[in-house]
Design a protein around this ligand. Sequence first.
Ligand code: SF4
Ligand code: SF4
Ligand code: SF4
Length: 274
Amino acid sequence: MQEKIKMTNQKHKKPAIGIYGISGCAGCMLTVLYEECFKDIAKLVDIKAFPLIKEDSYKGEFDYVLIEGTVCFDEDIITLNELRKRAKKVVALGSCACVGGVPSMKNFLNKEKTMRFVYPVYNHLKSTNPEPIDMHIKVDYYLPQCPPSKKEIMEFVKCIATGREFSYHQCKDPVCFECRKRGNLCLLNEGKLCLGPITLGGCEALCPSNDVVCYGCRGPCKDANTGAFIELLKEKGYAEKALHSKIETFAGLQFKEALEPESEKRKISGWLEE
Ligand code: SF4
Ligand code: SF4
Ligand code: SF4
């Protein structure tokens, strides 16, 4: 892993942070809370607000705000804009915030049917197309994965506590790179549809190392050639529909051009712009 570090000689006071969630499952915030990790985090930073565990009475500014979840409702956009105004830096926490995550699947489905399936009553909900948070506000750092790894969260916290610059693309290689390094046998050769070749590594090939295919939860790697990947797998006999639905599971919006070449060009996420 390549780390971009800029040391400063300044003595740092503890950065003031807030940890918030918009539409999500709270899994990312629970990862931060994970006991062994949370004790260390609480020592290094000043947690001013964390509505999941304490009353949100703090009205001041933050050095960093970590945000979990996908933009699914108008209320999410309001919350994001308020937090952006109060934070010097915004951190997208987890797949939903970074790449859209599972809720962003709705972009590829019948919206009416999906709403009926998920919510018995939904007329009062002002839903929007589910999108990653950087489609609405500027994001400074990304901690991808569903849920994000404790190791990566700790690296980030140590960097901000000591005034070092955190590079969120510390790993630029696809998941396959770490998978082969770990000596795993390739699941694609066993007829299992694995997205490792087009997915950003950094998770130490967590899923394939446990005999589970990669679903692409860390989003696309920088040089992902998704079109060629789809064509190659089609030649190998994989069904196009199965390929599409797997790619759409976590980060479909980031692969939209390859999935729907005819579609209107969207503003691409900052995730791929670095
Ligand atoms: S990234 Fe995963 S754990 Fe985090 S909010 Fe989304 S679904 Fe939940
Ligand atoms: S199992 Fe998946 S991640 Fe591992 S080498 Fe094969 S395609 Fe790549
Ligand atoms: S192997 Fe794929 S799905 Fe599993 S954690 Fe890594 S990026 Fe996510």
